[in-house]
Design a protein. Structure first.
Length: 421
């Protein structure tokens, strides 16, 4: 199998798996125990916490709380921010957030909160004017993702954070797709809460973390035992915590070589597919993006059908957020970017990892191009047998051009997406 759905989940790195195995077997003690066997496990957790803090550039290990993953971290951050300012009833987020934020926002609206979802441009960048206008003195928290899970487009969290903090508002960042893929120093960025998850960076599922800037008021989502300094009740997932710290260390330690390699493969995949498949374009092209992600729209082909054919050919990809796979609705991210529904239904996401090879990329290019030709020919034959008139290619191209930046239409592939915001 050629696995190109790493934004959904990643394989556990062999070194991480080996490290975790000790804590399923020999070192299985409860870290809350008073005897030495448990105390040793407690020291392991605190060492892992210190490592995570160092890798993220946090000021102190006390700023790291271990959770079950990104969704819990997101919910904990929003819950805490609202508790800190109960008199404020407005939440500001964006139209392209992950479902864990979108659905939480809907739930809070039913409780009487006002949720303002800021729109984005055709290339997925934040509508800054609308964002500025939304920040009234009634805002309890601003929640934005750092890297979009479907397009890879990066929000300028440093700029957003500085503006938010000038207004005296708490700032939460969903960093699930960014941690391990970007170099970051949280001590120098005005972020109050940052969510992250191990299984997006070659660590295990079921473990994640929440960075909480020291001095920020905090209210736990789970209460019970006194774990995590009274900030998250429940017996700690020791193998997961060890795996998270080790996986993050591998990602940070090999960042430069991995980033360069993955970006080169991603660019090759994009450039070749755009050249070989007429009426195709990259969503978010030309904007700052995480290096492993590309979202490609292919006109006159249904992504669902293409994904099934790709799976049969041994290629795993996605039509958008993994949490929405199987839904009949098009991607909310692409719709927010102004992509017509018929084109949104023809969009594929490929997300690479450090384990992706050049041979796999070449095979994927060949397979996708071949299947698109076959499906388009099949669609033509099907239309000939009906009374429907076939759409003119010029009409389809005109629709597609709505989302294409000029350099793609002109056949130029100059890139400026290596910048960091």
């Amino acid at each position: 199998m050629i696995y190109l759905d790493n934004n959904a989940t990643t394989k556990v790195a062999p070194e991480v798996e080996e490290r975790m195995r000790l804590f399923f077997g020999a070192f299985y003690g409860n870290p809350s125990s008073l005897y030495d066997f448990g105390k040793g496990i407690r020291r392991t957790i605190e060492e892992a916490r210190a490592e995570v803090a160092r890798f993220l550039g946090a000021r102190s290990e006390r700023e790291i709380i271990f959770t079950s993953g990104g969704t819990e971290s997101n919910h904990t951050a929003i819950h805490s921010a609202l508790k800190a300012h109960p008199e404020r009833r407005r939440i500001v987020t964006s139209q392209v957030e992950h479902s864990s934020i979108r659905n939480l926002s809907r739930s809070l609206e039913r409780e009487g909160y006002e949720v303002v979802s800021i729109g984005v441009s055709k290339q997925g960048t934040l509508d800054w004017e609308a964002f500025e206008n939304a920040l009234t003195d009634q805002v309890a928290v601003v929640s934005m993702m750092w890297a979009n899970n479907e397009t890879g487009v990066l929000f300028p969290v440093d700029r957003i954070g500085r503006f938010v903090k000038e207004k005296g508002i708490l700032f939460h960042v969903d960093g699930v797709q960014a941690v391990g893929k970007l170099q970051m120093n949280l001590s120098s960025i005005p972020i109050d809460f940052l969510s992250f998850s191990a299984h997006k960076l070659h660590g295990p599922k079921g473990i994640g973390g929440l960075y909480v800037r020291e001095g920020i008021p905090f209210f736990p989502l789970f209460v019970g035992g006194r774990q995590e300094r009274d900030r998250r009740a429940g017996t700690e997932n020791v193998p997961g915590i060890v795996g998270l710290a080790f996986a993050l260390g591998l990602a940070v330690g090999r960042f430069s070589e991995n980033e360069k390699w993955i970006r080169s493969l991603r660019n090759r995949l994009e450039d070749r597919l755009l050249r070989e498949i007429p009426e195709s374009f990259v969503n978010g092209y030309g904007e700052a993006r995480i290096s492993n992600t590309t979202n490609i729209t292919i006109a006159r082909v249904e992504a669902e059908t293409l994904l099934i054919r790709l799976s049969e050919a041994g290629v795993a990809a996605s039509s958008g957020s993994a949490c929405l796979t199987g839904a009949l609705e098009p991607s909310h991210v692409l719709e927010a970017m102004g992509l017509p529904r018929e084109l949104a239904f023809g969009s594929l996401r490929f997300s690479l990892s450090r384990y992706t090879t050049s041979e796999e990329i070449d095979m994927t290019i060949q397979t996708v191009s071949k299947l698109v030709r076959e499906l388009r020919e099949l669609n033509k034959s099907s239309l000939r047998g009906t009374s429907q008139a076939m759409p003119k290619q010029s009409e389809t191209s005109e629709i597609a051009s709505l989302a294409r930046p000029p350099q793609i239409l002109a056949g130029k592939f100059a890139r400026n997406d290596g910048k960091r915001l």
